[in-house]
Design a protein around this ligand. Structure first.
Ligand SMILES: Nc1ncnc2c1ncn2[C@@H]1O[C@H](COP(=O)(O)OP(=O)(O)OP(=O)(O)O)[C@@H](O)[C@H]1O
Ligand SMILES: [Mg+2]
Length: 423
């Protein structure tokens, strides 16, 4: 007999766990939230939130895989499940002492992201060759991938099984199948919670990679919502800090090290000429481009100018700030009144200061100041996306991802519901 799922029933309030580990691989962000309403009248109350670091060996393995290390299929399955187990643990821990969640939304751990239209083969993984390098003849263009490809590990069915809570995962696939980038995915939440009635805003997440949602003021209802990945967030800074400290540090706390240096504005201006920064949205990227190989090229250029470690970090921090500001100038008719930061990079006060300088006269704030926790906005977003999947509400913003249409996002793993139905 078919199982009756009550997916369409919108509970007055639904308690949902949102889980994500981003491109920094710094740990699993978990948020326990109460969600009410539909996309146009959404209300979200955060009950609890925490970050659960990966065990060191698992983090190293994930970083190796993200960096291109080969995996046998058995190892792939084991890694997928090891990540799912950590996510399930995080989901249970964040609920401790609280009334239990009815649903989990798990983004999983991104290990690979190839944007739409990337050249097939590995050409797109590294920065373009110098101008005098031989190029393909125009009659022999490299084939291009028709659809984006994005892989998140930590399979949802195991999370559902271990927690006994229905779980939505694999959020990016449906947008990609509809011709979208599968990124950024959080713009729907930004639209629902952070649009200001009279002020144009940009919501800028600074994780490993940066991404923005452009929110025209509510009194301009027909103005276009836009969004794109801006390029490196903390990824290059983190890699450089690790290298400069011989592994002793993983990030530049508060930007204190970079603050002691002087950025090479000439190098930053040169790097901003690279194709990703000049490409029009929709566009997405990842550590595949802004990772170790990219840093190596920057490193050689910085060493060629005899920059000391603090100057190097100041220059890489400036690249993040300037690439964000430059993309706004390229893609928007004017700068917004406010830029609301979130993600770990919003904790780097030197980076914030450089953003303020690059974005003046826009006010640079954090989403905290608009009532949405800046450290956990991405985790909250995946709780809300799961809620939208459960209530049959499309979650992508096609103008942002480039998808042909709005679609339901995510796969709902219902094993716990099936268990209840048979009980
Ligand atoms: N106090 C701080 N000072 C400077 N940088 C910080 C601080 N706290 C966090 N960060 C930076 O933020 C990073 C983690 O940010 P976050 O968790 O938002 O990124 P992420 O996991 O890549 O997320 P996503 O890709 O989903 O946006 C760290 O790797 C570090 O570089
Ligand atoms: Mg993180």
């Amino acid at each position: 007999m078919p199982i009756q799922l009550r997916e369409k029933t919108v509970a007055n309030t639904m308690r949902v766990v949102g889980l994500i580990s981003g491109t920094s691989v710094d740990g699993i962000d978990a948020a326990l939230v109460d969600v009410t309403g539909d996309a146009s009248r959404l209300a979200v109350q955060t009950v609890a939130a925490a970050t659960y670091p990966y065990p060191d060996a698992l983090r190293s393995h994930i970083l190796q895989v993200c960096g291109g290390a080969a995996l046998a299929l058995t190892e792939f399955a084991e890694l997928d499940e090891a990540i799912a187990r950590q996510f399930a643990k995080a989901a249970l821990q964040v609920q401790q002492g609280q009334a239990p969640a009815q649903l989990i939304g798990s983004h999983g751990q991104t290990v690979f992201h190839r944007p739409r239209g990337a050249t097939q083969g590995a050409d797109w993984l590294v920065p373009p060759p110098p101008d005098d390098a031989p190029r393909l003849a125009p009659s022999d263009p490299a084939p291009r991938a028709e659809l984006a490809y994005s892989l998140q590990l930590g399979r949802g069915d195991l999370i559902a099984h271990l927690t006994q809570i229905p779980t939505v995962s694999n959020f990016r696939a449906a947008d990609i199948a509809a011709g979208g980038e599968g990124a950024p995915m959080v713009s729907g939440l930004d639209v629902a919670l952070l649009r200001h009635p009279t002020r144009d805003r940009c919501v800028q997440n600074i994780g490993g990679i940066g991404n923005v949602t452009v929110l025209p003021a509510g009194d301009r209802p027909n103005a276009l919502i836009q969004g794109w990945d801006t390029g490196p967030g903390n990824s290059l800074i983190d890699l450089a800090v690790e290298r400069l400290s011989a592994g002793a540090l993983t990030y530049d706390n508060d930007g204190a090290w970079a603050r002691q240096g002087k950025p090479s504005l000439e190098l930053v201006a040169e790097w901003l000429q690279q194709p990703y920064f000049r490409q029009s949205p929709p566009k997405s990227t990842g550590r595949e481009l802004f990772g170790a190989a990219y840093l190596e090229q920057c490193w050689q250029a910085m060493a060629g100018r005899s920059l000391d470690p603090a100057d190097m970090l100041a220059t890489l921090t400036e690249l993040t700030a300037a690439s964000i500001a430059e993309s706004y100038r390229q893609c928007l008719p004017s700068l917004p009144a406010e830029v609301l930061l979130c993600g770990g990079g919003s904790r780097n006060h030197y980076l914030r200061q450089r953003l303020q300088s690059n974005l003046a006269p826009a006010a640079v704030l954090t989403t905290d100041e608009a009532g949405v926790n800046a450290d956990f906005k991405e985790a909250i977003a995946f709780a809300v996306l799961a809620y939208w999947r459960f209530t049959q509400t499309p979650g992508n913003v096609p103008a942002v991802t480039g998808a042909r249409q709005a679609v339901l996002l995510g796969t709902l793993h219902t094993e716990p519901l099936l268990g209840l139905a048979h009980a």
